[in-house]
Design a binder for this molecule. Structure first.
Ligand code: BYC
Length: 317
């Protein structure tokens, strides 16, 4: 029977059957309205995170300590812009346009990752962001690259490749500082101390407090729970820290030989919810920088639209 002939329940059952058998959903396929809404929520939040995430690192481009470091940082920040654009485009396939998504960000209706509401106080923070923040993003996005929605999963494949470069340059930056003077080592450790816990919070609330997870996992948008991915990140990152002499700022961290996982201390969820609610150290600064950039770029968008309009008139004539 074609989808058009089916009742609503039959369509939903058929959709779930496709998901369960590992089929990929494409933009023109029938999908439950709630699947579309959930994807728009999550993907637009992801795109916003990439764009807002340019700000803390952009802050250090003019102060990079060498030409090579400046070139690397510039390339990384440009990559983040590209990631935002891929994901905005992938989200547009669900029937929302980019201007509306940006408006949702600027009016506080849409969220972006909590991590970008923390300040970048030293050069070592560029290492901590690349290694920890991009590292956490890779763990999350490698799973999303196998998610049920085609445009999102394909965007993730390319993004993950670039994030691997980001991750390695961050780790190399910190490893370099850890081989340097006492002051450089302290600067690296201080960045680690400030970014470790916020990086763990990037994976979202614990499974028992994650209202969207059940639905997203049933639809294979999320393949693993928040806690599962957080644990995977910790297990792979602790040995990397040890290898360059950085200490994890968690007195309760210990290896469990039985489970073959690290046990870790309590995450400060009050801090997480305060940041998500708009009360982190840099929420206001980030949003006003975004609004200012949007306002100052208006003439460029208008000029590009006018150029496209005139060009299409010439082509049509
Ligand atoms: N920050 O039910 P839950 C990057 C919200 S950027 C803020 O578990 P879900 C990079 C959540 O939205 C990569 N809010 O939600 C860029 C929900 O609120 P609403 C960013 C958070 O969706 C530049 C509520 O809490 N990656 O790599 O099942 C430079 C309940 O949570 C956060 C992505 O965006 C948070 N951390 O799972 C460097 C990945 N966590 O919307 C690097 C895509 C939760 O119901 N997103 N909330 O009001 C995801 O994988 C999932 O959306 C999450 C949350 C795991 C984040």
């Amino acid at each position: 029977m074609s989808v058009a002939m089916m009742s609503e329940e039959q369509r939903e059952a058929e959709f779930q059957r496709r998901i369960d058998s590992g089929e990929v959903i494409e933009p023109k396929d029938w999908m439950p309205e709630r699947y579309r809404k959930q994807l728009i929520r999550m993907m637009s939040q992801h795109a916003h995170s990439e764009i807002v995430g340019m700000l803390p690192e952009g802050n250090w481009i003019t102060r990079a300590p060498s030409l090579a470091r400046k070139a690397i940082l510039l390339a990384k920040v440009q990559d983040e812009a590209g990631h935002g654009l891929y994901i905005y485009s992938a989200t547009e396939t669900l029937g929302i346009d980019r201007a509306e998504m940006i408006n949702q960000l600027h009016t506080g209706k849409a969220k972006y990752s909590s991590i970008f509401n923390y300040p970048t106080l030293s050069w070592a923070d560029m290492g901590a962001i690349g290694w920890l923040v991009d590292g956490a993003a890779i763990v999350n996005q490698t799973a999303l690259a196998k998610c049920s929605y085609g445009p999102y999963s394909r965007a993730m494949l390319r993004i993950c490749k670039e994030e691997n470069f980001h991750n390695k340059q961050g780790y190399q930056l910190l490893a370099y500082l850890m081989r340097g003077t006492k002051e450089q080592q302290e600067m690296a450790q201080d960045a680690m101390n400030r970014f470790w816990w916020p990086a763990l919070m990037m994976f979202g609330p614990s499974d028992t407090n994650s209202p969207n997870s059940d639905e997203l996992m049933r639809w294979k948008v999320k393949l693993y729970s928040n806690d599962h991915l957080r644990q995977r990140f910790i297990d792979r990152t602790v040995p990397q820290a040890e290898a360059i002499g950085l200490r994890i700022p968690d007195p309760d961290l210990k290896w469990n030989e039985q489970t073959r996982h690290y046990e870790f201390g309590k995450i400060n969820w009050d801090e997480f919810y305060a940041v998500v609610a708009g009360n982190g150290p840099c929420n206001h600064e980030r949003m006003s920088a975004r609004r200012k950039a949007d306002e100052e770029g208006r003439w460029v968008r208008e000029a590009a639209r006018e150029y496209a309009r005139k060009k299409s008139m010439v082509t049509a004539a």
